[in-house]
Design a protein around this ligand. Structure first.
Ligand code: PBG
Length: 322
């Protein structure tokens, strides 16, 4: 053989591969999601998400200590309240579970970035992300409550608020409400292209937030659509999003790639519960090498264009990347 081009030259050994590698994961890229519950001394594993727990605030603080010492820049907090009602009051009440968790977290770990997921579905008795009238999910009335929730999280210590409801106009409403309350410095990470995905199944077990009727298809996006995702991203940036997110990640790498190519704000990708649990289940059965598959998947998400990866594997990754 008389070849001039021999791409294998650059794969010849570990150091050579390291030298030419285009995408490398860093602990800097990671956000770790956590579920806070009422009570004390609680650390209860979520059955459909092995290795992920319901944590009461005291145990949350222990977790944050570990997250900080692993060098992970931030956490994303979800609340699982004891009481839910029609209007999702727990999402925006001064003493809501996430508000209390944020205050404690900020007091003990002032440097750690605290991201608060902003949505109503964990707090509404019907499990929808907005207010309901005659079986319909209202947009503007929901946005008002969502903006209130965002302000109360920011007041409690969130550095970033992350609206995940997919109501129209919520990013603009949140930006205005934050600014009006003197919180111009608080950032918005918008779940901009959030698809109506079956991959959220385990999360809904964890947050007890499965909708009591119907589904989320009138607000979350249809999985066949890409142009629509780009319009959503564009709108959110125009309304004041500092970071835009694509969710889920693995089945939507093309969306991440397009969004990152087209827009100049950081793109985040949410490696969601179902993506996590699939790998966990296969690994527990001995069918997949967990570490290798996770590193490969996360590298793919970053290679597609995500600067930020929100993943339940964040602590494992931080250890593996070291
Ligand atoms: C709340 C919310 C959901 C997730 C993040 N924020 C659930 C949903 O929209 O039903 C999913 C996260 C995951 O699956 O890990 N709206």
């Amino acid at each position: 053989m008389d070849l001039i081009k021999r791409p294998r030259r650059l794969r010849a050994g570990g150091n050579m591969r390291r030298l030419v590698r285009e995408t490398a994961l860093s602990v800097d890229d990671l956000i770790y999601p956590l579920f806070v519950v009422e009570g004390e001394g609680i650390k209860k594993e979520i059955p459909s998400m092995p290795g992920v727990y319901h944590l009461s605030i005291d145990n949350l603080l222990k977790e944050l200590d570990e997250v900080q010492s692993l060098g992970i820049p931030g956490v994303l907090l979800f609340g699982v309240p004891d009481v839910k009602d029609e209007a999702g009051t727990g999402a925006y009440s001064h003493d809501g579970i996430v508000q209390r968790a944020l205050r404690e977290a900020k007091r003990h770990f002032p440097e750690l970035l605290l991201v608060a997921d902003v949505c109503l579905c964990e707090y509404t008795s019907h499990g929808h992300c907005g207010m309901i009238h005659e079986g319909k999910i209202l947009n503007d009335a929901s946005v008002e409550l969502i903006a209130r929730a965002a302000v109360s999280y920011a007041e409690a210590g969130a550095d970033i608020v992350a609206p995940s409801d997919m109501m129209d106009g919520r990013v603009g409403a949140i930006r205005k409400a934050l600014d009006r309350n003197g919180m111009e410095d608080k950032a918005i990470m918008a779940y901009s292209a959030k698809y109506a995905s079956a991959f959220y199944g385990p999360f809904r077990d964890a947050a007890h937030s499965a909708p009591a009727f119907g589904d989320r298809k009138t607000y979350q996006m249809d999985c066949g659509n890409k142009k629509e995702a780009l319009r959503e991203v564009e709108l959110d940036i125009a309304e004041g999003a500092d970071i835009v997110m694509v969710k889920p990640a693995m089945a939507y790498l093309d969306i991440i790639n397009e969004a990152a190519g087209r827009f100049d704000v950081p793109v985040a990708a949410y490696n969601v519960s179902g993506e996590y649990s699939m790998i966990k289940a296969a690994a527990q059965n001995g069918w997949l090498d967990e570490k290798a598959v996770v590193l490969e998947s996360m590298t793919a998400i970053k290679r597609a264009g995500a600067k930020i990866i929100i993943t339940y594997f964040a602590k494992d990754l931080a250890r593996w990347i070291e």
